[in-house]
Design a protein. Sequence first.
Length: 95
Amino acid sequence: MAILEICEKQCILESRMSILSGGYVNKSKILRILNPVIAVDFFCLVCTALLNDVIPYEIYGILHPVLGYILTAGIVCHVILNWSWIKNNYLSKKS
């Protein structure tokens, strides 16, 4: 039983390390899902901001900040996934 647990922990550790080193993560597939989620979330955030007088405050007070946190997290993930492109196009030294 102990050997099985050690092997299982090692497999989990190896999969995490390979993900961190860029081994198994397909960035384009993640971005294909993440980008529409960010767009829909942004649209919902704008709608709640424009309709804040119509939406009851109890709902608005919960919904608008949650949508904002989701948008912030999505943008951070988007920047992380595109960091190499950002670094090559904007942060590289031009001669």
